[in-house]
Design a protein around this ligand. Sequence first.
Ligand code: HEM
Length: 721
Amino acid sequence: MTADSDPIQVPGAPASEPPAVDEPTRPRGPLPPKPDQSGPDTYTPTGAVTATPRDAVAQQGERLTTAQGLPLRDTDHSLKAGRRGPVLLQDHHLREKITHFDHERIPERVVHARGAAAHGTFVANGEAAAYTRAAFLKPGAVTETFVRFSTVLGSRGSADTVRDTRGFATKFYTSEGVYDLVGNNIPVFFIQDAIKFPDIIHAGKPHPDREIPQAQSAHDTFWDFVSLHTEAQHHTMWNMSDRALPRSYRMMQGFGIHTFRLINEEGVTTLVKFHWRPRLGTHGLTWEEAQLIAGKDPDFHRRDLADAIEAGAFPEWDFGIQVFPDTEDQLFHGIDLLDPTKIVPEELAPVKVVGTMTLDRNPSNYFAETEQVAFHPGHLVPGIDVTSDPLLQGRLFSYLDTQITRLGGPNFAQLPINRPHAEINDMLRDGMHQTAVHSGVAPYHPNSLDGGCPFPAMVTGGAERGATHDDGAFVDVPQHLAEDVVTREQPASFDDHFSQARLFYRSLTPVEQLHVKQAYAFELGKVYEQAITERQLRCLANIDAELCGFVAEQLGLPAPAPTEQVPDSEPSPALRMVTGDRWPVSGRQVGIVVDDETDAAAVASARETLHAAGVTPLVVAPHGGTIGGVPVQRSFHTATSVELDAVIVLAPAVDPRVLELLREAFRHDKAIGVATEAQALLADVAIPPTAPGLVTGDTAAVVGGVLDLLPSHRVWERELV
Ligand code: HEM
């Protein structure tokens, strides 16, 4: 809770004004959205800008009505034949209300069902203009965006913090139409060919007989598939790292994964891989923390994103490209650029920053925006094209197809969140949920009855070939294809399944490697059939003997010998999350444990210092309400260590629940500050006074010490003693 008059407002208020205790009875219009919230920009279904305010599509008027606008007197009682009589079929309001409710749900996404999103703005710095003629990448171009982050495996109601790959899908509403970059937070994929997508997803989803486990990879069918289908081993290695447990959506990298082709004004092509780099750094949870959060706050990532934006801590990402020459073999330093199970180390091809995205508005309606948004890797703009990566090629079919089922017909591009911010003049007509009112009689080409409209657009440079204008049309770049035969095979260069899994593992710091080892031991320890764990150990033997030995020992199985000669490559430090760098702390949460005796001035100054640093301070006290006039956000009953990035204790003898909170925070490598008067409790929680990441002293010293530790994310030394 936060008092309205308190200058330090904790995000999370449910509505734009606080409610009265008594039921409101005086008619008034709908409340506006909260200041941090916004619907999509208002364009018509055919892309015309409207003067309509964003909230004009929200409910209107003071009185309850039917969907047809008929004012209603009562919505709490059905129309009955007498007070105790049966309900009448003529009750049109009852039938409308229940019928609409019965159809409120739409099918969840077949994958990536669980997600959270935000609106933002992308500003290009012009560094990409030499490679692409895409208007949104020209110097200074400003483009509205909508980003949806997601897990892959779980259902819509599953927990946020499960071990999984995260989706990172960005919709750019460019002046040349919508461009979608539908990526993940891991730069490689499980499979090389889209025809395997149903297989990997069927293997990862719950077992079809009992429908368990939900949103987990620690089960037999997953490891059965990836141990047999060894091209998945590189992605699996990333899944076993802390990359699969993001601390926050705001602290995740994003990758386009496939190689794409850029085309510049002169028609020259370049191959690129896309990267998003969070300005807050890339940080993970610990595995125990992730599991605890899944129970205590399954909406952890959703809440974190919305709260940070509400608190004004707008997350930012630099957008970058790795650039490769568009050679006929599409290899770079021997790495096949069409193989989506391979990265190109940044040491070989540095990431060139081409712009920055800031997410600064929360959606005002989850269903209308986050649920109905439809991404598609085939939503391209002039200057960006696909390559023959067989995974990407299959995706180009799949998204459009699935959205017809999920969004109930072919007109989902007309939903407000999907509407382009560019003029639409297609000849697509009719269909379910058509909201455009097309004019004319000739939606076919060529025609004369509609005066020949619409006319095919001219391309850049078309004027030289006699065209009278230049509309910047999308051009399918002529590509030379080597003579070949139709075949269900893949190139030999796709056959190396282990060298980059090894590269990833050996590039990590010791603490990151320890987490990978523990993750394999946990996941394989959950597999019922020993044959599957033995098979996966054989894969690990080809990747790294020490990793394989650790996991085998944990499982009580012999470590097998390698079966393949796997080439070594130089480690890539760019793959590490633990870098020794210091990162901004905006949007982090710090708990301040107090009791009724704590000096109110000390609490107030701790809050103010933390708040001034961009951190959200949460006062944790024996009861709700206020302590010395300071509002309390968590009682000892509701506080939990896992929602805090650091803890400051100002109360000398605290409750056993808080002692447990401290033990957890210590185990999860979080900064802890204990004021001198509270120091005696360190013995109760078995934290040595010299422990790394523990600061003691007066209030100012512990707050300062914690703020000094926070930019490093965690106190890793605790795990390596
Ligand atoms: C590099 C590989 C891939 C990446 C990075 C990727 C990423 C994503 C992301 C981020 C989403 C969620 C979009 C959202 O938030 O609405 C998604 C959804 C989906 N993906 Fe993929 N995906 C990949 C491969 C594939 C393949 C190979 C297929 C099928 C052949 C596929 C089919 C789907 C489908 C059907 C959805 C649900 C779309 C919807 O209902 O709107 N994906 N994917």
